[in-house]
Design a protein around this ligand. Structure first.
Ligand code: NGQ
Ligand code: ZN
Length: 416
């Protein structure tokens, strides 16, 4: 992956041109609960109590509300500089688990939202079969996520046959918790060679402990031993790693999708970025639960997390690249094609060179200024595959999407 050229930043009359940013991890529906899980219900509130709240929200969606929420989300992503989104999509069926007609109705809603807004979509239908490492059945709130292997592969084939210039279809395994080993092997063997594979892994200590207890190894160790993990793979979170796992992921060529604002929001822990960079590992960012839709904030907090625990500064640098902003933007650009399946060379973000935050900027410091100075939006134009999707900081659907989103929110919040 190191043959990808370094990020080329140039100044034109329109402003500062940067590469388009890939968003490697999204659950679109969770945009509707951002800010609605911040009230303490128990002093022991955790990822797991958040998950119960999230399941209740997931239970309310239908294809129309999902389309409206995803359309607003994708407008926000484009306006923030994301040009591709990997949608880790698991709300497949009606709330009681009955498939929609067609079975792809929820996936179709996401495809329609992406097509309407012009963001590139890597759709990752999720295989979700069990409620935990012990093999227990899906709980009541998880029923609408589930497939057997055969039904999953039917959905996958249907979606994969619809790939086009702006749509890639890959496979997501929800987690080792949710996918038994034999199902994982059958699905991996059936995938076309071009398919990307994404998996949630090692986000929570409890998950590492359960995996050790039931499968006799830590999650990343187990995965590296039981699957041909290579550059087609994206490991989402991979927060809790030992030294051999850090080296193992880096050696495999897989990308780690780090989701700093969500990982902070959920109290996950801190990704060992410095050691991973030293090992030469590939990584990118995801907005995941959408508590923030901003590559600036993801990258800023990725670096700040490291500073807070080490009590040092300027951590994310690589040999020959002392600029943190440049190292971060280059890291994201390098993993984009392998993780998303898209060649994003014709995607650009143009920053407003007249913005006060960028006054006097040069090509050497403009990335540091973009990531580390203030919060005023400075994205002026966004081009996807050579097409302008954002002009003057706004997507053409900005108002319409917001109106439809508000109507969808009223419907979602009206359900008791
Ligand atoms: C998800 N989200 O699938 O939306 C997960 C939570 C789980 C994050 N891990 C559910 N951030 O892991 O079981
Ligand atoms: Zn996730």
């Amino acid at each position: 992956m190191h043959d990808v050229p370094a990020v080329h930043v140039r100044r034109t009359p329109a402003g500062w041109h940067l590469p388009g940013i890939a968003n490697l991890h999204s659950h679109a529906f969770q945009r509707a609960m951002a800010g609605l899980a911040e009230v303490q219900t128990d002093p022991a509130d955790s990822f797991w109590t958040w998950r119960d709240t999230m399941y209740r929200m997931a239970g309310r969606f239908d294809p129309d509300t999902l389309r409206a929420v995803a359309t607003q989300l994708y407008v926000e992503m484009l306006e923030a500089g994301y040009t591709t989104v990997c949608e880790f999509h698991y709300i497949h069926h009606a709330p009681d688990g009955t498939p929609y007609a067609p079975a792809s109705a929820m996936s179709d809603a996401l495809i329609e939202a992406a097509e309407a807004t012009g963001i590139r979509l890597t759709l990752l239908p999720v295989l979700y079969m069990r409620g935990g490492f012990d093999g227990r059945a899906l709980g009541a709130h998880q029923r609408r996520f589930g497939h057997d292997v055969e039904a999953y592969l039917r959905l996958f084939a249907d979606l994969h046959a619809r790939q086009h210039a702006g749509l890639r279809v890959g496979c997501a395994l929800h987690s080792l918790r949710a996918v038994p080993e034999d199902a994982m092997q059958t699905v991996l063997a059936a995938l076309p060679a071009d398919a990307r594979v994404h998996v949630h892994i090692a986000e929570q200590i409890a998950e590492v402990e359960d995996c050790l207890a039931v499968r006799g190894a830590r999650p990343v160790t187990w995965l590296l031993d039981h699957a041909q993990v290579d550059a087609r793979w994206t490991l989402v979170h991979a927060t809790h790693l030992d030294a051999s796992e850090i080296a193992g992921i880096a050696r495999s060529g897989a990308t780690v999708a780090i989701c700093p604002t969500t990982e902070a929001n959920l109290g996950d822990g801190l990704f060992p970025l410095r050691t991973y960079l030293d090992a030469g590992g590939a990584w990118g960012i995801g907005s995941d639960s959408h508590v923030s839709i901003s590559p600036v904030e993801e990258l800023r907090w990725l670096e700040y997390g490291q500073r807070l625990v080490t009590r040092r500064r300027n951590i994310a640098v690589t040999p020959g690249t002392p600029s943190v902003g440049r190292t971060l933007v280059e890291g994201v650009a390098r993993s984009a094609a392998a993780s998303t399946g898209f060649d994003m060379r014709d995607d650009h973000v143009v920053l407003d060179a007249e913005a006060a935050l960028l006054a006097g900027a040069t090509e050497h410091d403009v990335l540091d200024r973009w990531i580390f100075a203030g919060n005023r939006p400075v994205v002026r134009e966004v081009h996807v595959a050579g097409q302008t999707r954002v002009h003057d900081g706004r997507h053409p659907l900005h108002d319409v999407a917001a109106r439809d989103y508000a109507a969808a929110m009223h419907r979602l919040l009206a359900v008791s």
